[in-house]
Design a protein around this ligand. Sequence first.
Ligand SMILES: *Cc1c(COP(=O)(O)O)cnc(C)c1O
Length: 367
Amino acid sequence: MRIFKPEYKMSKTIFGGQTLIEKYSQYLPVSENTPIISLGEGNTPLVQAINMPKLLGFPLLQLFFKLEGLNPTGSFKDRGMTLAVTKAVESKAKAIICASTGNTSASAAAFAAKAGLPCYVVLPAGQVAMGKVAQALIYGAQLIEIEGNFDDALDLVQQIAAESDITLVNSTNPYRLEGQKTAAIEIVEQLGRAPDFLCIPVGNAGNICAYWRGFKLCKSMNTATHTPSMFGFEAQGSAAIAGGIPIKNPQTIATAIRIGNPVNWKEAEIVVEESKGKIDFVSDAEILDAYELIAKSEGIFCEPSSAASIAGLIKDLKNGYIPEQATVTCILTGNGLKDPNMPMEIGNEKIPTVQARVDQLKEVMGL
Ligand SMILES: *Cc1c(COP(=O)(O)O)cnc(C)c1O
């Protein structure tokens, strides 16, 4: 429920930088009169790996991480959502709706709150990480769980959007991918060139398509001399594109990419072909190993789903698809705090408890 009447101010609300839509307005479907709904998204850090290349046995690798978990709601979804909600407000939509594995709902709920729009969120019961449900709740969305998976939820919200003036903000909404393509433009700005390879997790395959649009734009503007090969990675238990067939009951610990029938499948296949890339899969065990390695060696806490990009990189360094001398960017799509139980679930170390005495403390510290 909304506690106020929406009021769209045209004045600036983000200080110390531009909104994503302002900065990239020339590449986006907006005009001077578009009422921008922003939470301060985009402009996320690109961080070079210092320890991982050596630890993996590929010391010459130039490896960069795009920290999309540092967006306002903790995932890259904010890049597309700022534009989707802005356009919903511009077209005088009554409300927005989405199906979600979690991050879309958190993002939609937050932007809807700022815009004063009602937001409906349909979730697969029991399949969404706790932090994401918590976000959607506190931002004031109306949450509904269904006894089904993400693909079922998407079917339902598509029917509702088709029959009403409620705007669907899943990645079938064309503005989502347009907003998300800005991440590729940022990488070229930050690196001063396009990477040779882009490694990215694949769920509905919207993001890989969005990045490709962004890199092609950079090439056409001559800000990059080449476009990267796009390497997308699904989780093994939900590897519909890699396996060439939709999956009825997708299974993986990487809940953000637990998708059996990706919405952007066709466009993703074109991306693979045009970029000389591929869509492959990684196992849950490989994902969790990568999730732990990047935290322990680079101080970066990402979601398990995000670590699919690193797991894929490791697999392809080992089998020679990615040469050691390459410049690679891995997209870390979401923040590790979204899924706070996972480290405890996978960690088998017990935290020792001692009395509040320095001798006992020293003993466990081995001093
Ligand atoms: C949504 C999401 C993905 C998958 O992106 P798609 O565009 O659906 O392929 C990956 N990681 C995280 C953290 C996400 O929230």
